[in-house]
Write a protein that binds this ligand. Sequence first.
Ligand SMILES: NC(=O)c1ccc[n+]([C@@H]2O[C@H](COP(=O)([O-])OP(=O)(O)OC[C@H]3O[C@@H](n4cnc5c(N)ncnc54)[C@H](O)[C@@H]3O)[C@@H](O)[C@H]2O)c1
Length: 381
Amino acid sequence: MMRGRTLPLLRPRLGSGRITLASTRNCLNMSQQLRIGIIGMGIGRQNARALAANPRAVVTALCDLEQQRMDEVARELPEPVESFTDYKALCRDSRIDAVFIGSPNQLHVPMGLEAVHRGKHILVTKPLADTEQSAAELVEAAEKAGVVAMMSLSTRFSPAVRHLGATASDGDFGELYYARARSIRRSGIPAWNLGFIQCGGGAFRDMGVHALDAAWWLLGRPEPVSITGVAGARFGPRGMGYWDFKAVSREVYRHYESDDYAGGFVRFDGGIGLQIESFWASHQPPEFQIELFGTEAGARLQPLSIYRTHHHVPHDTTINLPKGPSAWDNIAAHFIDCCLDGVVCEAPVRDGLMVQRMLEALLDSTQKGREVRLDGSRCVT
Ligand SMILES: NC(=O)c1ccc[n+]([C@@H]2O[C@H](COP(=O)([O-])OP(=O)(O)OC[C@H]3O[C@@H](n4cnc5c(N)ncnc54)[C@H](O)[C@@H]3O)[C@@H](O)[C@H]2O)c1
């Protein structure tokens, strides 16, 4: 189990990102265990396992609408848990210090607001929200409450992305000036929860968010200046492209209202560019890839590789990372450090807001049929 920070997660271009300091007012005593409630038994399961496996935390409560899902997760946890079907009741419980939020996208903000208003620290799955406005509301409330408010980002906290981040922090890439990031599925539209395919869901908010967040973070979190893109639904509304090539009934796909692909280009401060693509379904081989272009070296995420030139000769390295803590372990350890020790949060919800702003601006660009400009606080056209 990882303790503390073994790799520098903060990237060098700190002036262009915003860091939220965990308020010492809300930090618990170091000798205490952080008591955590988990909402949403889908992705909540991985987060609960990792949080519960950390000796500095204990999962004390679960919340879902389905008792059976809570029972299944409870069986995997080392300590007994209390079950809630009402998230507001969980948030009111004074025996809980922090809440993980893993409900469908459109519920992240109402649940997050309820938790921070009760003085709980929050760990929120991606995307932060289903709109930029609601994401901003939660960030404001969390910062006002002085609680730790962190994004649970399984790509940003993955060992391979962390390795690239550490390499960038060491200056080995020189200046990173361009990146390409894509998440491509052949047949991967989720159909088990209508929230994914209705308004507020979609491929870009679901998977594009991982590629966008990790690439933006690796670039040093530069300020976005403008975005142009195209997005649409070519498979979902026809009942095609669903998870693992499974057929779905018309009763499911008639609810399709979101994008199943998106592609675009983000221009950042300092002339940095990012090409971003996200497909839930396509006639292409599946791939999750990030490519970095630096003045001294470049990199690929899969297979994890660094490309350099020495004395006019290509000098390429493929890296086999030793087995270590998983992304979920890294997220859990960092969140606990922030809450218990007041460590600076390296994935604050403010980062989630910035990513949400880019996501929504790309979708907006599709509607408008042109580039969308962004200023420091809101999308503007
Ligand atoms: N790698 C990742 O970080 C990752 C992976 C998958 C999903 N996610 C995110 O997790 C969220 C949920 O996705 P999922 O795949 O786990 O979906 P899911 O449908 O499997 O799970 C969501 C759960 O939330 C519960 N829920 C719904 N409304 C609720 C309410 N009012 N109160 C309590 N519980 C409620 C549902 O009963 C369900 O069990 C999404 O925002 C998704 O983007 C993140």
